[in-house]
Design a protein around this ligand. Structure first.
Ligand code: GDG
Length: 719
């Protein structure tokens, strides 16, 4: 909410404009959330208040805070640094101090209002220290962070004198969201370089102790969640007859040019407004365009007007506009219609409708919502979007004309191509753009972020009282089966599956359990049995099941397995298809299994991994429709015989005659085993993520504590 005071002293609160508020408002209301923010006026204290079902918690900023924290560190250090140093960032120790102070104030305000176990979502680069401060004050909270601007490549980020402190601040979150996957990748790389924490795909294992020596870690997810707009809301405005009439009026007032081009940006050096003007000026000078035919409307909304780089930019842009108009405008035709104001949203939508060509030429932009708004407004399925590949939106809006704005000749050609584009091509491209924007609106964005966040709900450290009570029940079984997944449960995950080893404490605990009467221990793995035997080197009395239960080795030496000849044929086809896909995509590998094959994508880029998995699903779906497909972490497994860890566990229960089962696992495939547990059994999930298990611990190291505890309890009962 923004505070507004009229001249007569009347006070009003106005909803801050923008998609973020629109996106989160319904959610905040339904979850009784609190919005902690600065009310936009300096040096005033306000009590928390309610507005339309949402509590608002104002945080005070004094003049000095605005100067040092907001205009200084946020907008004169972080903003230029995170946007590829298009403008030189300033580094001042005093503004850094102000940044810490204000971040602490926001963290304290949030910590004071958050209910026990609440979810807190922190937004943007101005508050990067808040996740850590909050976690320290309130370890019970689930904390998300979303960065609306890019995260720079390491070579640039490394310039920041406080680079480690900022990362430390962010890593206090459970989920860190970025606009593009490249941003998330840059962040993970900075974490590896500066802290050396292991990262796997989107997961970062952050040690829980300062020294990092106790071996326990928290899982942090760093992933892209491209933000969007309320696309239906924009379309609704665009369909309003008064707004359509206004669009016609705008064209008329400009002398009905053949082509109307539009740029809408905050007046910011990241937006490439100068590059756009240069390209347009050269096209007029070359005679490829004429001022009689083409007008550019440029809205440059006032922004950060007290920061000196912005003052200089305004002078520069206005000089360029004035010069270009002086050179090319006629009495009846203006080359650039330039507006240094803000407009109501209705007027913006009318401009979008009026514009034949929309120019988004950002040199670097987290997403760029203007591009999406233009597309959403064009329910007439017309208009051409020229879009910089350096805007996050380019990852999704591939049917725009993509440009490198630094390449002035390329940009000029793109503008001409947009102006001359035949109707059919315009419609085809716009239809595909509109589908993309409609399917991924801002509600989808916030829902997917929050889903990731709730799945990542913090797991408490060690053995909780509840868990201890449940373990006592388990230990009292007459015949107890302890069934354990291997990777991620007894052994930490590693990059190369053949390097996985159980941690020593778990091997010892398993031995202690084997030494007790009435206890059987089994390993339940998705690995082929030979591979499991190789990495786990199990004690001889451990029962083994591999390949999700297709292979079993009970107290007999041989591996039991039998496949039909039709199944063997299917296996051949499967191998052929997967090998040809994997051969063409770097970082993907094939693992042969007794009744299937697995496609591993752990070492591929996220994009390549997704592509490989998509191709495999498509091609195999056509050729071998009866296959069983199983998805794990960075692995897609196809089997000719369907079996799950649930089947494996049932087989083990029958074989051992156990009256109680303890099952521990960390992967989605372990959910099948949790699913067949009975009331008296106990399921233990390792780590975060949705689960059917009733209890959780955080890591394989905590599995040791649990196994040791079971052995202790059982030994005590035997006495
Ligand atoms: C940051 C990131 C990321 C502009 N002028 C007027 C006006 N606007 C509205 C637009 C649009 C919004 O402001 C601008 O959003 P952008 O995404 O284009 O850019 P930033 O302001 O730099 O936003 C950016 C975004 O955060 C969200 O995560 O996409 O990359 O830099 O909605 O329509 N609105 C009105 N009058 C104006 O004159 N009413």
């Amino acid at each position: 909410m923004d505070y507004e005071e009229a001249e007569d002293g009347a006070v009003t609160w106005r909803t801050s404009p923008g998609g973020l508020v629109t996106a989160l408002e319904p959610l905040m209301r339904s979850s009784h959330g609190a919005w902690v923010g600065w009310p936009g006026v300096a040096a005033r204290d306000f009590e928390p208040f309610e507005n339309d079902g949402i509590s608002l918690v104002p945080v005070r900023l004094d003049e000095a805070d605005i100067e040092d924290y907001y205009e200084g560190f946020s907008n004169d250090t972080l903003w230029p640094l995170y946007h590829d140093v298009i403008a030189p960032p300033s580094f001042h120790r005093e503004t850094w101090e102000a940044y810490i102070t204000v971040n602490r104030r926001f963290a304290a305000a949030a910590a004071a209002v958050a209910a026990p176990g609440a979810t807190v979502w922190v937004h943007d680069y101005q508050l990067q220290l808040v996740p850590r401060m909050l976690r320290e004050a309130r370890p019970d909270l689930v904390i998300g962070f979303f960065n609306h601007i890019p995260f720079p490549p390491y070579g640039i980020y490394a310039q920041l004198p406080w680079r480690k402190q900022i990362l430390h601040g962010l890593l206090g979150a459970d989920v860190i969201g970025f606009q593009r996957s490249a941003d998330a990748g840059n962040f993970s790389q900075a974490v590896r370089r500066l802290y050396g924490y292991p990262t796997r795909g989107v997961v970062i294992d952050v040690p829980t102790s300062e020294s990092g020596h106790n071996g326990d870690f928290r899982r942090v997810v760093a992933k892209h969640f491209p933000i969007s707009i309320d696309s239906a809301g924009y379309e609704e405005l665009a369909r309003r007859p008064d707004i359509q009439a206004r669009a016609r009026q705008i064209r008329e007032d400009l002398g009905n040019p053949k082509t109307l081009m539009l740029g809408v940006d905050r007046l910011d050096y990241t937006k490439g407004i100068g590059h756009r003007i240069k390209a347009f000026g050269e096209l007029l000078a070359d005679g490829r365009l004429s001022v009689e035919d083409v007008t550019l409307v440029q809205v440059a909304s006032p922004s950060r007007e007290r920061v000196s780089t912005y003052m200089a930019l305004r002078d520069e842009i206005e000089l360029a506009v004035g010069r270009l108009n002086g050179d090319f405008s006629t009495i009846s035709h203006t080359a650039i219609s330039y507006h240094h104001h803000s407009y109501p949203r209705e007027e913006m939508v009318a401009m979008y409708l009026a514009a034949d060509v929309m120019l988004v030429t950002a040199l670097r932009d987290g997403m760029n919502l203007v591009a999406k708004e233009y597309v959403a407004a064009r329910f007439d399925v017309d208009g051409v979007l020229v879009l910089s590949e350096f805007a996050g939106a380019a990852d999704e809006l591939k049917q725009a004309i993509l440009i490198n704005p630094h390449d002035i000749d390329g940009t000029k050609d793109a503008i001409v191509r947009a102006i001359e584009m035949p109707q059919r091509e315009r419609t085809r491209r716009m239809r595909s753009l509109r589908r993309k924007v409609a399917e991924n609106d801002v509600a989808v964005w916030s829902a997917s972020f929050l889903r990731a966040l709730t799945g990542a709900a913090a797991v408490p450290a060690g053995i909780s009282d509840d868990l201890d009570l449940a373990l006592q029940g388990i230990a009292s079984a007459e015949n107890l089966l302890i069934a354990l997944d291997f990777d991620g449960t007894l052994a930490p995950h590693v990059d190369h599956p053949e390097d996985a080893r159980a941690i020593a404490g778990n091997r010892e605990a398993v031995q202690a359990l084997l030494d007790l009467p009435g206890v059987r221990v089994a390993l339940v793995s998705g690995r082929a049995l030979v591979s499991l035997q190789h990495v786990a080197q199990p004690q001889s009395s451990v029962l083994l099941t591999g390949s999700h239960g297709i292979e079993v080795q009970l107290d007999t030496p041989g591996i039991e397995l039998n496949l039909l000849s039709t199944e063997l044929e299917q296996l051949d086809t499967l191998a052929r298809v997967l090998e040809s896909i994997s051969g063409g995509i770097a970082g993907t590998t094939i693992e042969r299994k007794p009744a299937g094959l697995a496609l591993h994508t752990r070492l591929a880029t996220e994009e390549d991994g997704e592509r490989a998995e998509r191709q495999a699903r498509e091609q195999l779906g056509d050729q071998l429709p009866g296959l069983t497909v199983r998805e794990g972490k960075n692995v897609l497994e196809f089997s000719v015989r369907s079996s799950t860890k649930g089947d494996a566990l049932k087989k083990l229960r029958d074989y051992t005659g156990a009256d109680r089962v303890f099952y521990a696992g960390d992967d989605v495939t372990d959910e099948d085993a949790f699913g067949v547990l009975r009331d008296d059994d106990l399921g233990l999930k390792i780590g975060q993520g949705a689960t059917l298990a009733s209890y959780r611990v955080r890591s394989p190291h905590e599995v040791t504590q649990v196994l040791v505890r079971i052995a202790e309890l059982r030994a005590a009962q035997a006495r």
